[in-house]
Design a protein around this ligand. Structure first.
Ligand code: ZN
Length: 288
């Protein structure tokens, strides 16, 4: 390229950078392919000056390859220009990092690369914070700290109001279990099911003292709520009354925990109901 032509293109790149016009993009992208390193550098610089004006994606795509340019000043100015595009230049961060770590890179290039990288990372953080998260329960827009707190506690986005409600719901699980106890046994205990009523009646008739539905105990880190505990014999009785897949998985897990902890457990099932007394007393006899 003769020097007259180079001067002409250089002046053109500089003028486009000052044009404040989105129309300058196409020509500047062309100039980033110029044979002249001076023109490429000035084109990169001009794109950076138009950061708020030209479409960011196209400009970043034009600037990105210049980070590998043979001429250090072109690398330097493309890094500076990418910094001006902020979060839109996120995809260039790995290449900026490589340039910064390259032991033979010129110090002035590294300084520009470092500044650009910081600017882009900060812009990316701010952009992520401004992503709108909605409450899963009521649909309200979440503040950033609400989002962080709720994700941490529930792995779901809830606003502060719903956060409290969900938290209480979980705490009230025990209360709900209390409310489900609608069946009264002859000795005045309220239980949840006919199977449990039969067990109470048998224990009462056999003069075996028992506690029904004690608070949770922690076995090996798991919260377990035994249906019945016979303190004099140190025996637990669980009535496994439901038949859903989830319930069965929980049942097997709990049974394994009792076993691992060396606890004596009697398991009774709905199929045992017709001969509940024989079944229970036989299992008790074996454990005593
Ligand atoms: Zn909500």
């Amino acid at each position: 390229m003769n020097s007259t032509n180079e001067r002409k293109l250089a002046a053109q790149a500089t003028a486009l950078g000052k044009s404040a016009s989105a129309d300058a993009l196409g020509e500047l992208v062309q100039l980033t392919h110029s044979q002249s390193p001076l023109v490429r550098r000035l084109a990169a610089s001009a794109l950076g000056k138009l950061a708020e004006i030209v479409p960011a994606t196209a400009a970043v795509h034009a600037l990105h390859p210049l980070l590998q340019d043979a001429h250090p000043q072109v690398r330097q100015y493309s890094a500076k220009a990418l910094g001006a595009f902020g979060a839109a230049a996120k995809e260039t961060l790995p290449d900026l990092r490589d340039l910064y770590k390259n032991p033979v890179e010129k110090p002035y290039v590294k300084r520009s690369v470092l500044t650009a990288g910081k600017t882009i990372r900060t812009a990316v953080e701010i952009a992520e914070r401004s992503v709108v998260h909605l409450c899963r329960r009521c649909g309200v827009k979440l503040e950033h700290d609400e989002y962080i707190r709720s994700q941490k506690a529930f792995q779901r986005p809830f606003c502060d109001h719903c956060f409290d409600e969900v938290f209480l719901d979980r705490r009230n699980f025990e209360t709900k279990v209390e409310l489900q106890k609608k069946i009264r046994t002859p000795d005045g205990t309220w239980v949840q099911s006919d199977g449990e009523r039969r067990i109470c009646t048998i224990l009462h008739a056999e003069n075996l003292s028992y506690r029904y539905d004690e608070r949770f105990r922690i076995l090996n880190g798991y919260a377990i709520r035994p249906d019945f505990y016979l303190p004099e014999l140190d025996i637990y009785i669980e009535y496994w009354g439901m038949n859903t897949a989830d319930y069965k998985i929980g049942m097997l897990k709990k049974q394994k925990l009792y076993q691992q902890q060396g606890k004596k457990l009697i398991s009774l099932y709905p199929k045992d109901k017709p001969q509940m007394r024989e079944c229970l007393l036989e299992k008790l006899e074996k454990l005593k």
